[in-house]
Design a protein around this ligand. Structure first.
Ligand code: ATP
Ligand code: MG
Ligand code: FE
Length: 347
């Protein structure tokens, strides 16, 4: 099916068009620059930016895909989770489009969408290869860090564990701020860490001690790590030392990556599942991609990683997931649904 996906859960206005598992266009307008000076996303600013960006983004996506609105088989939209006001803009626009065009409408879960980005990933061997089930999935984004056991992306997603405090992306953003780097912090840390030694400082790996693993084998914690980095920097400042920003960034990044990959591969081993899907904005981290591929290969686990452009928020992953829902025979959503800012990954 030819599907147009609308994504407005945070600060990216994403419009994607797919034909089944083939990506036709992926337009992203970001209001990131408007939030940068506040050090984080301002919900009202994001919602207004979506309102302004939607129409031109839709036109651009249609143009790049060389299709018209009448050609579409369905409209898909992120209904949650995310910022309520931002989500409402996308949901309202999608309903308007679907009703006026007489096309079916699919409400899509943003978090499952991040994982579904792997379906469209052409760089994972065979072009648009179907997913193999069951698979473990590691979702690492700005608001979530979760380990999932996926038996079917459209019907059966089990939550194995998640962060008990900060999300990994949030930790990247907070540590970047602490190091005087601009928002969003993930790409900044990645850039600065390139010249650093990941072994320079041994930062804590959250919930990794034997005593923690009993209860929190698949859970994550990053607030202790963030505090440890803050303490380290404070101590160095008080001692009048120059802060080795590259080493701090590289060591912090290594601690996050180590825990993410270790726990994901533990889930694969425990469940006897030799497949791992990665998804979410933090998967754009070059070092994480590298370490995950290396260690999974050593463990005999096949990994699928979305291309960089499909890691952070985009409309293509929403359209792609809707295309899977349609192929599985799922009926369209009724117009009764609304924005659900706290929608869990299992729904
Ligand atoms: P959620 O999907 O949980 O609702 P979100 O949509 O805001 O949250 P994403 O857009 O998926 O999150 O990801 C944004 C996060 O990814 C930010 O925290 C950002 O710092 C992080 N990020 C982006 N690029 C990188 C990178 N190269 N390395 C590490 N983190 C990164
Ligand atoms: Mg974002
Ligand atoms: Fe996201």
């Amino acid at each position: 099916p030819l599907v147009l996906g609308i994504e407005t859960s945070c600060d990216e206005t994403g419009i994607g068009i797919v034909r089944g598992r083939t990506l036709l266009s992926n337009t992203i307008a970001s209001s990131m620059d408007e939030h940068a000076r506040y050090g984080g996303v301002v919900p009202e600013v994001a919602a207004r930016a979506h309102l302004e960006a939607l129409q031109p983004a839709i036109e651009q996506a249609l143009g790049e895909a060389q299709v018209s609105l009448q050609d579409l088989d369905a409209i898909a939209v992120t209904s949650g989770p995310g910022l309520a006001g931002a989500l409402m803009v996308g949901v309202g626009a999608a309903k308007g489009l679907a009703v006026s065009l007489g096309k079916p409408l699919y409400a899509v879960n943003h978090l499952v969408g991040h994982i579904a980005a792997d379906i469209l990933a052409p760089e994972n061997g065979a072009d648009s290869a179907p997913l193999e089930y069951p698979t473990i999935a590691l979702l690492v984004s700005g608001g979530h860090t979760s380990l999932l056991h996926v038996r079917d992306l459209t019907t059966d997603v089990e939550l194995l564990g998640e962060t008990v405090d900060d999300a990994a992306g949030e930790a990247f953003d907070k540590v970047a701020r602490l190091l005087g780097l601009p928002y969003p912090g993930g790409p900044q840390i990645d850039r600065v860490a390139a010249d650093g030694d990941p072994k320079a400082i041994r930062f804590p790996r959250g919930l990794s001690k034997a005593s923690d693993l009993a209860k929190h084998r698949y859970d994550f914690s990053f607030s202790g790590l963030k505090t440890a980095v803050a303490r380290w920097v404070e101590r160095a400042e008080v001692a009048g030392e120059e802060i080795p920003t590259a080493d701090v960034a590289a060591s912090f990044r290594e601690a996050v990556i180590d825990v993410l990959v270790t726990k994901a591969l533990a889930a694969c081993a425990d469940r006897g599942v030799p497949r791992l899907l990665l998804g979410g904005g933090v998967i754009a981290n070059r070092r994480l991609r590298e370490v995950a591929l290396e260690r999974a290969a050593a463990a005999g686990v096949a990994v699928r990683i979305p291309p960089l452009s499909l890691c952070t928020d985009n409309g293509a992953m929403i359209a792609g997931l809707a295309a899977e829902l349609i192929a599985s025979g799922r009926p369209p959503s009724t117009l009764a649904f609304g924005a659900d800012s706290t929608l869990p990954v299992t729904e």
